[in-house]
Design a protein around this ligand. Structure first.
Ligand SMILES: NC(=O)c1ccc[n+]([C@@H]2O[C@H](COP(=O)([O-])OP(=O)(O)OC[C@H]3O[C@@H](n4cnc5c(N)ncnc54)[C@H](O)[C@@H]3O)[C@@H](O)[C@H]2O)c1
Length: 379
């Protein structure tokens, strides 16, 4: 492999997730880490030394240096929008950490700045690499199960303590985190839901703000959906219960697909379609489901593998060899779902999708204005 087969990559933001991306860089043969950047100078220098690359403390200086052709944005999410807009202006390929932005309006700004479509703009979504989800997507996309009749996503295994919320002064504040469980813990589930079943056309949500913790933002959510074909769905999440559940159920004409704990895929396959049974069955007839064993690739090292595959597919896309796992416009969908749930809850009424990004932004700005500054500065 020659150096032209490697993407000259920089990483902006060198915290938790950047450590995983740095590990991937060392393992992949299609990226060449040329620079790292963090507002924490000591951290930037130390990381650069360890990984034998250049350090920067300001993303604009990094971009102006032209040392890199692609950048991973791994800063806290409020910084994704300005940094991505600057990266577009500098002509860089971008892999943004999830969530793409905090609000749909922010995402639109980032997408509007992506004028040179020869540059890749992608988002990291771990679940798109998990074998059970990949298989579920394959089965649904094949059409063999027919229309989706119901979607039920339960992501309630996110218990977080008060100490967790106090561990960073930016946490759980509208002004600095932009939301709670929907923004921090759930982007992967929200992306998965729309990746597998498409976007709903309408939703009604009840978000409880500070229900289980003394925080401003949502920590308990139930949302009901309606899809364009009339199918209904439910999404439930919280950071305040235990034991929680991590379960996705998609009911279709030809059976029920379930993914439990991110890894266990089962299909209860109907011998005949529900529609056929409803229309032509006898008084007590039934589509007679049976359990199918579905082979799924091994679930080793899911998290590290997910980040490696996201970066690999991004770099391959930059090299013109394939598509990234998630293009940025798809990344806006999970942000829109989170925004729509908060919006519906604040309005106490159902909202149609796509939502009016500016109308939500106005509501969101009010929340930010009322946001309480941190009492202490512990991290
Ligand atoms: N894909 C995943 O599984 C996954 C997991 C965790 C976090 N994330 C996402 O990754 C992002 C970062 O999360 P984290 O947990 O690594 O955060 P973190 O707080 O551990 O690290 C963020 C780093 O960014 C630096 N930073 C802040 N503003 C900056 C700026 N303007 N320029 C340069 N550096 C800046 C901070 O100094 C810090 O070192 C978030 O969007 C988060 O949602 C994704």
């Amino acid at each position: 492999m020659t150096s032209t087969d490697k993407v000259k990559l920089a990483i902006v933001g060198l915290g938790n997730i950047a450590n995983m991306h740095l590990k991937s860089c060392a393992e992949l043969n299609n990226v060449d880490l040329v620079a790292v950047c963090d507002v924490d100078k000591e951290l930037a220098d130390k990381t650069a030394q360890t990984h034998d690359c250049k350090s920067f403390y300001d993303h604009k200086e990094l971009f102006d240096s032209k040392i890199a052709e692609a950048v991973i944005i791994a800063t806290p999410h409020f910084h994704h929008t300005p940094i991505a807009i600057d990266a577009h202006a500098a002509g860089l390929h971008i892999l943004s950490e999830k969530p793409l932005g905090v609000t749909k309006a922010d995402c639109e700004k980032m997408l509007n700045a992506h004028t040179d479509k020869s540059k890749i703009f992608a988002v990291v979504f771990n679940f798109r690499t998990y074998p059970a989800f990949v298989k579920a997507k394959e089965i649904l996309a094949s059409g063999e199960l027919g229309e989706i009749l119901r979607v039920n996503v339960t992501a309630t295994d996110w218990l977080r303590t008060n100490a967790y919320y106090e561990s960073g002064t930016w946490r759980a504040k509208w002004a600095t985190e932009g939301g709670g469980v929907l923004v921090n813990q759930c982007p992967h589930h929200l992306d998965l839901m729309q990746w597998l079943a498409g976007m709903p056309s309408k939703l009604f949500a009840v978000c409880k703000f500070g229900h289980h913790h003394p925080i401003e933002v949502e920590d308990d959510v139930v949302a009901t959906f309606e899809y364009p074909n009339g199918a209904l769905g439910i999404f439930t999440t919280t950071t305040g219960e235990c034991p929680g559940r991590n379960r996705i159920e998609i009911s279709t004409e030809r059976g029920l697909l379930t993914i439990n704990n991110l890894t266990e895929l089962t299909l209860l396959r109907n011998e005949k379609s529900v529609k056929d049974t409803l229309e032509n069955g006898g008084v007590w007839d039934n589509p007679w489901p049976w359990k199918c064993e579905i082979p799924v690739a091994p679930n080793d090292d899911l998290f590290a593998r997910a980040l490696r595959l996201n970066l690999k597919s991004f770099a391959d896309a930059v090299l013109g060899k394939s598509e990234p796992l998630a293009h940025a416009p798809e990344g806006m969908n999970s942000v829109e779902l989170a925004n729509a749930m908060i919006y519906s809850s604040l309005l106490n009424q159902p909202v149609e999708l796509p939502i009016d990004a500016q109308a939500f932004q106005a509501k969101f700005d009010q929340l930010v204005e009322q946001s309480q500054p941190a009492a202490t500065s512990s991290a």
